[in-house]
Design a protein around this ligand. Structure first.
Ligand code: G4P
Length: 529
C-alpha cells in the first residue's frame, strides 16, 4: 500500500454538533483524554459564548480568538488520526458551523437527555441531512433525571427526521442509573455505585438470559432490560454500515460525558464505522482522496484579533494528494500561483508548522487578503469544488458610509469581511444601495468595530424590514420572470457573486409570489442546482 493510501486509511475528520450546553465541550475533552492528547480535564478551552456575554461582542471575539487554536483538534487513537472540527453552538455564529460542516466526513450529534432535541440541533442536523453526512447520536447526561429512552428515540426520529438504531441502552436513569447495556459490544458497563465517578468493570456475556446479568443489576432491572431489548429488535432496523454511510441510518449511544461513561464505547464504535476522507464533487469531476495531486478548499477564514498582526488564517481541508510546504499551488479563482512557507497543523493544545499533510487533514495558511471562503487550491488543475452555500440571513440593514473621505477603505473593509464570511452583502438593483444580512444581530457590532479599527472606516446602519433573502431560479428571458422582476423591482438585488436575489418582506409574500409565479423558484439557500 502506498504511503498516501495508508495515511488516508488512518484518518477520520468529524464535527460535534449540539445545542449550547448539551455537552459538546465536555465530550470533546473526554475524547482527547482517551487519545492522550491532553493529560487532564479542563484543558480544552470552551468555545462557547459565556452566558451574559451576548451584549459584549469584544469579549466574544476575544474568546473566539482563543478558540483559533481549538478550531481543529487532532488526536491519535488505536492507530487512527482523528480530527475534530470545532462547530460553534451559539446561534449568531451558525453560518460558521454550516461552513465547517462542508469539511467534515461525519458528525456526532449530542442531545441532552433531559432537554431532548433543541432548536439549534434541529437546524444543524437539517444541514447534515441535505448533504447526507453520516451521523451518530450521543444522548448525554444519563446521570441526571431525563426523558424515557424510547420517548427520546422517538423524538430524535420525529424532530430530526432520522432513522435511528440504538447501539446502547441505559439501565435506569438519574439516581437509579446503573449502567449501560452495550448492544454493539454485547456487554454491560456498570456505573460505580458509591461515587458514580469511575467506570465500573464490564460484565461480558453472550446470552441475554445469562444469570450474571441478574446478579449485576438486580432481577427487576434485568427483566426490564430483556423486555426493552426485545422491543428494540422488533421496532428498530438492524445496524447496517452502508445505510449509515449514505446518511439513511443513524446509530444512537447513551452515556454521560462528564462522568466519562459510555464515551469509550462511542469512540470505539466511531473508529470502526465512521468514514475515512471522502471524495468530493467539483465543477468538472469527482475528486478522490487517493489521487496523487493535491487539491483542497477553504472553509473558514479567521481574522487575527491581535491588532499588531493583521493577517488572517485560512483553514484548508485537504481533499486529495499530499500537501507540501513550499510547493507551488494554484489558487484557481485568481489563477494565481502561491507557495506556503509556514502551513500550520493543529493539535489539541498547539499549532505547529508541518511539512506534509494528507486528505482529511486541515492546514492553516497565513493570508493577507487573497482568499475567500469556498476557494479551491490545486496542484495546477483548473477546477473548483462545489461552492459553500450561503443561507438566507435572519437580519437585514442598510449600511451607510459615515465618513465620505474613507469610501475606499469602507468598500475594501466590507469586501474583506464578507470574504471571511462574517455576513452577507446584497446590492439593490434599483439604486445600488448596500444591504448587510446577518444570522445574528451581534455581527453588526462586530462589523462596525472591525471596519473602524482595521480599515479606518466608519459606518452607520438603517433598519430594513426584510424576512428572507430568496435566491432566484428562473428563465430570465421568460415573460413570467420579467413580470415578476417588474412588480418586485424594489426588492430585487444581487448577492456578492452577482446572483439574483429577491428580498421578501414576509412569509406571506413568499407564499403569494410562488402562487402567482410558479416558474420563478425561490430558494433560501444559494446552492440549489
Ligand atoms: P456545550 O459545549 O455543548 O455548550 O456544553 P458543555 O460541555 O460546556 O456542558 C454544559 C454543562 O453541562 C456543563 O456544566 C457541563 O459540566 C455539564 N455536563 C456535560 N456533560 C454532562 C453529563 O454527562 N452529566 C451532567 N450532569 N452534566 C454534564 P456547567 O455547570 O454549565 O459548566 P461547568 O462550570 O461545569 O463547566
Amino acid at each position: 500500500m502506498s504511503d498516501l493510501l495508508k495515511e488516508i486509511g488512518k484518518r477520520k475528520t468529524f464535527g460535534i454538533i449540539a445545542h449550547p450546553d448539551a455537552g459538546k465541550t465536555t465530550l470533546t475533552e473526554k475524547l482527547l483524554l482517551f487519545g492522550g492528547a491532553i493529560q487532564e480535564a479542563g484543558a480544552v478551552k470552551s468555545n462557547k459564548i459565556k452566558k451574559g456575554a451576548t451584549s459584549d461582542f469584544m469579549e466574544i471575539e476575544r474568546q473566539r480568538g482563543i478558540s483559533v487554536a481549538t478550531s481543529v483538534l487532532a488526536f491519535e487513537y488505536k492507530g487512527h488520526k482523528i480530527n475534530i472540527l470545532d462547530t460553534p453552538g451559539h446561534k449568531d455564529f451558525a453560518e460558521d458551523t454550516y461552513r465547517t460542516l462542508t469539511a467534515v466526513d461525519s458528525v456526532i450529534v449530542v442531545v441532552d437527555v433531559a432537554k431532548g432535541v433543541e432548536e439549534q440541533t434541529e437546524k444543524l442536523v437539517q444541514v447534515c441531512r441535505m448533504r447526507n453526512i453520516p451521523m451518530i447520536v450521543f444522548i448525554n447526561k444519563l446521570d441526571r433525571e431525563g426523558k424515557d429512552a424510547f420517548d427520546l428515540l422517538d423524538e430524535v426520529e420525529q424532530k430530526l427526521g432520522l432513522t435511528v438504531v440504538p447501539l446502547s441502552l441505559p439501565i435506569g436513569m438519574g439516581s437509579d442509573f446503573q449502567g449501560i447495556y452495550n448492544i454493539w459490544e454485547h456487554n454491560i458497563q456498570l456505573f460505580l455505585e458509591e461515587k458514580k465517578q469511575r467506570v465500573g468493570s464490564a460484565v461480558k456475556f453472550d446470552d441475554i438470559n445469562d444469570s450474571k446479568i441478574d446478579e449485576a443489576i438486580g432481577e427487576k432491572a434485568a427483566a426490564t432490560l430483556r423486555e426493552e431489548l426485545e422491543l428494540i429488535q422488533e421496532v428498530y432496523p438492524e445496524f447496517n454500515r452502508e445505510d449509515y454511510m449514505n446518511g439513511d441510518l443513524q446509530p444512537v449511544f447513551f452515556g454521560s460525558a462528564l462522568n466519562n461513561f459510555g464515551v469509550r464505547e462511542l469512540l470505539d464504535a466511531f473508529i470502526e464505522i465512521a468514514p475515512n476522507p471522502q471524495p468530493k464533487e467539483s465543477d468538472t469531476r469527482l475528486v478522490k482522496p487517493e489521487e496523487k495531486d493535491f487539491t483542497g478548499f477553504i472553509f473558514k477564514i479567521h481574522a487575527n484579533m491581535d491588532p499588531k498582526h493583521r493577517d488572517r488564517l485560512a483553514f484548508v481541508k485537504i481533499v486529495s494528494g499530499t500537501f507540501k510546504r513550499n510547493e507551488n499551488y494554484l489558487l484557481v479563482r485568481e489563477n494565481k500561483k502561491m507557495k506556503f512557507s509556514s502551513p500550520n497543523a493543529f493539535f489539541a493544545d498547539k499549532k505547529e508548522v508541518v511539512d506534509e499533510s494528507f486528505p482529511g487533514d486541515i492546514v492553516g495558511l497565513h493570508d493577507t487578503g487573497n482568499f475567500r471562503i469556498g476557494d479551491t487550491l490545486t496542484g495546477g488543475e483548473k477546477m473548483s469544488f462545489k461552492g459553500i452555500p450561503n443561507f438566507s440571513p435572519e437580519h437585514f440593514r442598510y449600511i451607510n458610509n459615515d465618513d465620505p473621505l474613507k469610501a475606499k477603505q469602507l468598500a475594501k473593509g466590507i469586501d474583506q469581511l464578507m470574504d471571511e464570511g462574517v455576513a452577507q452583502l446584497f446590492t439593490l438593483d434599483m439604486n445600488n444601495r448596500k444591504i448587510i444580512g446577518t444570522v445574528g444581530a451581534l455581527q453588526y457590532e462586530v462589523i462596525q468595530y472591525r471596519l473602524e479599527h482595521e480599515y479606518g472606516a466608519k459606518c452607520t446602519y438603517e433598519p430594513l424590514s426584510i424576512h428572507k433573502a430568496c435566491w432566484i431560479e428562473a428563465d430570465e428571458k421568460s415573460e413570467e420572470f420579467k413580470e415578476f422582476a417588474r412588480l418586485k423591482q424594489r426588492f430585487m438585488c444581487k448577492d456578492k457573486y452577482g446572483r439574483p436575489v429577491f428580498l421578501a418582506d414576509s412569509s406571506f409574500t413568499i407564499h403569494m409570489t410562488q402562487e402567482k409565479f410558479p416558474n420563478v423558484k425561490l430558494h433560501f439557500i444559494s446552492e440549489f442546482k
